[in-house]
Structures are given as C-alpha cells and as structure tokens.
Design a binder for this molecule. Sequence first.
Ligand SMILES: [Zn+2]
Length: 153
Amino acid sequence: MSDLSCVFCKETTNEKVKIFTEGTLKKCKEVAEYRSKKQRVNRKSIYSEIELPRGIDTDIVYYSACYKNFTAVRIPKDSNIYTDFRISGPQQVRPSDFAKELKNIKFKDALVKFIINNWSEQDMAHIIANKIININHDMCYEYSLKDGFSLFS
Ligand SMILES: [Zn+2]
C-alpha cells in the first residue's frame, strides 16, 4: 500500500488514504465538470490537471483533506452540470430526497414536462377540482374542469 498516490495532489505516502465510492466519485465528476467550465473564463487552477478515475478502483485513492479542498466549491443551482432526469410515467418512484432533487434544474424541467403531458391524458379531476391551473413552460397550458373531465388547452 506504499506507492499509491493521491488523485488530487499526486503525492505518494503511507498515510491513510481513501478509496472512491459511487457517491464521492459522482460528486467529484460534478465538481470537475463545473470547474472545467468555470476555467474557461477564470485562470487555470491547480485542479485542471486532475484525472478522475472512470470507475471504482482500489488502486485509486485520495486523502480526505485533498477531497475536501477539491469539492469545496459551491455549484450554482442553475448550473448545467446535473445529470439528465427522465420521468417515464406516474408509476415512477419519487426521488428519495425530493427537496434536494428540486435543486436539480433538469429534474424540475422533467417534472414540469411530465405534468404537462400527464395531466392532459389522465383524469386529474380530483386534483384540479374547481381550480384553473396554469402552467407556463415554452407555451401556456391551462387545465380546468368541465362536466367532471379535465380540459386542457
Ligand atoms: Zn492529495
């Protein structure tokens, strides 16, 4: 275990190192993508040379301090780095952390598109009731009830 070097600082040491998990790797990829976009306008940072592993590998390690430094960047909520989100239908399980997912601009986009399509096909009378619901997304959609059926225009 002596010649493993840290992904971030490339130092080799016998100190305690950590192996990436799915979670930490995903986080690093998001940060790396965000950093690389930012660097087009800002000066190059010491992190521009970092090569993140493509998968989990016990030979690829890091120090927690380096990981903390690397990920210590606030990614704006409207940044485009979040992964695509698809909603296939009403049976799809809600994300476990709904509030967190709502910060993902692509999830919000998918959710609104889902509502627009789904509500025009399904009988949403129980939700719409006596309300008129307007959704504005590229176009303006209006949902209301007429004779107990949902009307969509
Ligand atoms: Zn390091």
